[in-house]
Design a protein around this ligand. Structure first.
Ligand SMILES: *[C@@H]1O[C@H](CO)[C@@H](O)[C@H](O)[C@H]1NC(C)=O
Ligand SMILES: *[C@@H]1O[C@H](CO)[C@@H](O)[C@H](O)[C@H]1NC(C)=O
Length: 456
């Protein structure tokens, strides 16, 4: 009798406990689901809100997508990165200068710690790609890096395409981007025909901050997308040097040509850039900047050769962060301004190549101000302020369209050059379009030197 009572009581207790546990798990799942829905909503909204430029990035929250083939260490990085994203979402999204007041106090206390940066760098760290086509990067490859945020996916594919079309070298791509487009890059690159696919390897990474004791501080100071480039030397620790380009750039000449500037560096130079302007009357920095900048008219950061080995040996990141703290209220163009401040104080570390290597609307929209342009034509075209897509500079849009339309299976001469010439004809009434031959000069040279020889 007593035994039966105890048994009945026991069964009841077990059932009740089971029911409670079931409900607890259910409600937890529910709240996770609503959380996810919010994120999806957010994502959809972000897709409609065009970003202003590379300097004003999107922050997309994707806490729950942890890619599977990662080891634990990397999974941790992913978590922390999404944490940054959400933090920045909560802050004012368009204000790159925003600092959480609570954390500012902590930062100020940590200020002295910056000096430990050099020592800390010796800790071996290698960022794990989310996708990569190779375990072993080929010796002698040309390394090309892009940071693709917001709605820059298509544009980024086209810059990579323009790089592979004209090169005779093996290319190693380093693509930093948000989770939602990582697999799209992989699919695109894998889809390239063998002739071009065999010329490239790729690594696709999360937007990441390097580890180290200042990591928390960086997270509060910088928006991950806009500042990613500054951290590349400390993330790609196995890479000696690379070319960094903004996503709105196109290669009109083989990438080997700009890469060859590395061999012209003297003992102190660790990076190369082109001037921001050629003409004092239209310069931005000389007229408006309220912070130090490089040289007379500043430098543009859209096409940057970086000797990562030398940058790692320098005080680059530590100094950039100090300048940021000092000048954050004066900064307009994000990391480009910081880079200008850096080279203002370290001019011996910068190699300057001429405007043909970073040709922008500013060089032709009023009058032609880039001196060497008639002789050489454009080597690298940079469609800043979205001119590859809007109607403001039809000549730039025409070049972009020609690369977009080009089929891998056709030749450069018939598939690209002739089509481009036709498109440029319709832009002759504009100031940049008037200079049409500068946009085709390097392609013509390529066809004469390379393609025709190959075909004969
Ligand atoms: C970068 O600098 C390092 C150290 O000075 C040097 O060994 C290396 O050859 C340089 N890389 C290139 C591509 O010039
Ligand atoms: C390298 O060139 C830069 C720029 O011209 C110059 O300021 C610097 O002094 C040079 N360094 C050496 C070691 O010659």
């Amino acid at each position: 009798m007593k035994l039966r009572m105890i048994f009945k009581f026991g069964v009841t207790v077990i059932v009740v406990v089971a029911v409670i546990i079931y409900f607890l798990i259910e409600t937890k799942n529910e709240s996770r689901k609503t959380h996810n829905n919010i994120n999806l909503d957010k994502l959809a909204k972000d897709e409609y809100r065009g970003d202003v430029g590379n300097n004003k990035p999107h922050a997309v929250v994707q806490n729950d997508h942890v890619v599977q083939n990662l080891n634990n260490k990397h999974a941790e990085t992913v978590d922390k990165t999404s944490e940054i994203h959400s933090k920045n979402e909560n802050n004012n999204d368009n204000d790159a200068n925003y600092i959480n007041p609570k954390e500012k106090a902590v930062n100020d206390n940590n200020k002295q710690k910056g000096s430990n940066y050099k020592a800390e760098k010796t800790n071996e760290f290698r960022i794990k790609p989310v996708f990569s086509s190779t375990d072993q990067m080929k010796v002698g490859s040309i390394h090309l890096s892009v940071v693709a945020c917001g709605d820059r996916f298509e544009e980024t594919v086209i810059v990579l395409k323009s790089a592979v079309l004209l090169t005779s070298s093996h290319l190693q791509f380093h693509i930093f981007c948000e989770k939602d487009i990582q697999f799209k890059f992989k699919d695109q690159l894998e889809f390239w025909p063998e002739k071009y696919r065999s010329k490239i390897d790729y690594c696709i990474y999360d937007i990441t901050f390097p580890p180290g004791e200042n990591r928390e501080e960086w997270k509060t100071l910088f928006k991950p997308c806009a500042s990613q480039r500054m951290f590349i030397p400390d993330l790609l620790t196995e890479v000696d040097s690379l070319l960094y380009v903004d996503t709105d750039v196109l290669f009109l000449s083989p990438i080997e040509e700009i890469y060859s500037f590395f061999s012209k560096f003297n003992a102190t130079q660790l990076a190369a850039l082109a001037p921001e302007h050629e003409d004092r009357a239209t310069g931005w920095y000389n007229r408006f900047a309220r912070h130090p900048y490089y040289g007379l008219l500043g430098v543009n950061s859209g096409v940057m050769l970086m000797n990562l080995t030398r940058i790692r040996q320098s005080n680059w990141l530590h100094d950039l962060i100090e300048y940021y703290k000092q000048y954050k209220l004066q900064i307009t163009w994000g990391d480009q301004d910081l880079i200008n401040i850096y080279f203002h104080y370290h001019p011996q570390e910068l190699f300057i190549y001429p405007c043909e290597w970073n040709y922008r609307p500013d060089h032709c929209m009023y009058m032609s101000v880039c001196k060497g342009i008639d002789e050489h034509g454009v080597y690298l075209l940079h469609g800043s302020r979205r001119v590859m897509h809007n109607e403001k500079q039809p000549a730039f849009k025409a070049v972009y369209k020609a690369f977009l339309d080009h089929k891998f299976s056709s030749t450069i001469e018939y598939g690209l050059l002739i089509h481009l010439k036709r498109l440029l004809k319709d832009t002759m009434a504009t100031n940049c379009g008037k200079l049409a031959p500068i946009f085709t000069k390097q392609l013509e040279k390529y066809c004469e030197n390379v393609e025709r020889k190959l075909n004969n």
